[in-house]
Structures are given as C-alpha cells and as structure tokens.
Ligand binder design. Sequence first.
Ligand code: HEM
Ligand code: HEM
Length: 256
Amino acid sequence: MENVIEAFTGVTPQGKKSRTPAKLDVMLTASGVILALFMIGHMLFVSTILLGKDVMYTVTKMFELEFLFEGGIPAVVSVIVFAITVIFIVHAILGARKFPTSYRAYIRIREHSKMMHHKDTSMWMFQWISGLIMMFAGLVHLFIMFTQPQNIGPFASAYRVVENHMWLLYVVLLICVEIHGSVGLYRAAMKWGWFDGENPKQTRANLMKMKKILSYVFMTLGVVTLAAYIKIGLDHNIAPGEKYQPNTNTIEILKD
Ligand code: HEM
Ligand code: HEM
C-alpha cells in the first residue's frame, strides 16, 4: 500500500521524499569507481606486451594460478570476468537512469550544454553518450573473455585483434573508456566533495589537471599497446588456436 501511495503522489505516506534515488546515486559512484580502478589494472596488464611476449605470457599464466596448479586454469579468468560483468551491468542500469529518454529531453540537454559553454556540462554529454556505446560494445568483449579465457596470450590475443578484427571494437572502446573513466573519477570527486579542502576552486583546477593527465597517459598507453598486438598479428603468420611457445630461459629469469 505504501508503495502505491508513493507511486501516485511522489512522496511516502509520511509526506517524505524517498531516499532511494540518493542511495542509487551512491551505488552509481561506487560501481563507477570500482570499474575505473579495475580499468587501470586492466590496461597495465594488457600493456605488458610492450615489455615482451614472454612477460605478457608470464602475467597471463599468473592469472590462471599456474603457481598453484600445473599448466594453469583458464576458468579462473572466467570467474573474474563474471564478477566484473555483474558490476558493469549494475553500473550501466544505474547510469541509464540519467540518459535523456525522449527527443525533447535530448534537445533540451544539448542546447543547454551548447549555451552554457561550461566544461563540466559538456563532459557530462560525453559521459552518457560514451556510456551508451559501452553498454553494447563492452558486453561483446566481456562475453568473448568469459567464454574463451584459454585464448588470452601473446599469440591468441594478437590473432583475435587482427584476424577476428577486434581492433575495430577496441578502438571504439578505448576512446570511450579512457575518457568516461577519467571524467567519471573527476565528476565523482566533485559531486561528493572528496578533496574540497580549504580552497575548493584550486581543488577543482587540480582535479581537472589530474583528469587530463590520466586520460592522456592511458589513451597513449592503449594506442601503443593496440599497435603492438597488431604488429605481432601481422608479423607472425599465426594459425587459428596457435599458442605462444615461451622462451624457457626468459621465463625462468622472470620467475626469479
Ligand atoms: C556499461 C556501460 C556504462 C554506462 C551506461 C555508464 C553510464 C554512466 C553515466 C550516465 C554516468 C554519469 C552519472 C552522473 O554523472 O550523474 C556514469 C558515471 C561514471 N562511470 Fe560509467 N557507464 C558505463 C561504463 C563505465 C565503465 C566501463 C567505467 C570504468 C572506467 C565507468 C566509470 C564511471 C565513473 C567513475 C563514473 C562517475 C560516477 C559518478 O558520477 O558518481 N563507467 N556512468
Ligand atoms: C575481467 C574482465 C576483462 C578481461 C579479462 C579483459 C581482457 C582483455 C585482454 C586479454 C585484452 C587483450 C586483447 C585480447 O586478448 O583480445 C583486452 C583488451 C582490451 N580491453 Fe579488456 N578485459 C576485460 C574487461 C574490459 C572492460 C570492462 C573494458 C571496457 C569497457 C575493456 C576494454 C578493453 C580495451 C579497450 C582493450 C584494447 C586494449 C588496448 O587498446 O590497449 N576490457 N582485454
């Protein structure tokens, strides 16, 4: 009955506004920050290819818990992917509440943003558009990682990037995730006043600088990393399902 009253009047029987939207906003920030921190780790892991094929191979095997189980268990990666996918979907649903859902709402936001010439407002436009793109593109990547955890490695990844044309999806995802992630962290810090301190204006300028550095550094790292996988895919005539054979000497040195 209470819910029926609230559905019609917009307030609880006690005449109060529901706290649920505020709680959902806290969950949006929490899930966004978890995803942003995960993406920093993800980019560092994927970019180990820049240190050499053997380094990337060793890190991949570490995720498969090779130090505990001979040969490693790729399914461990599926478990991690599942957990990240749940957070990804929860965040997407919470984020979708903020999308303009009619032409009228869209044009209002767009014109308002143009008129304001305010950086934070234009960044918000990018935030929901990139979110919308990732909702579709991100799931394609996550599904492949979930179902084929055994196909991660210097050769298997390069094969996917070049022969399965995944570079196309990665270019789109990379642009969206790097900007959405850094803008997201900036907006979250501003929204909840995490670092307000004595001089909030100065803090805003500093956070903006941090946001820029974060997106430039990770975008550059992402582009160079993608180029490295493309080069391996083009240089080696990788057969479908072919696995990289590590250089045992290098692996011993890396493990020491
Ligand atoms: C699944 C697709 C996604 C959708 C639909 C989506 C949507 C959104 C939207 C609309 C906001 C803005 C909320 C606001 O400012 O009021 C937001 C915030 C945020 N997103 Fe996403 N996002 C997605 C994926 C991601 C990913 C992969 C990351 C990790 C890099 C991420 C990190 C963040 C962060 C840190 C925030 C800031 C939280 C806040 O403003 O309180 N999002 N997201
Ligand atoms: C636990 C979940 C995830 C795993 C295990 C994972 C794994 C990987 C791996 C192994 C690669 C290398 C290329 C390949 O093998 O195809 C890659 C690339 C990439 N992933 Fe993920 N990924 C995950 C989640 C995500 C999410 C949530 C996003 C963003 C929405 C994302 C965005 C990207 C991008 C943009 C690249 C290209 C990298 C670059 O250009 O440097 N990944 N991922």
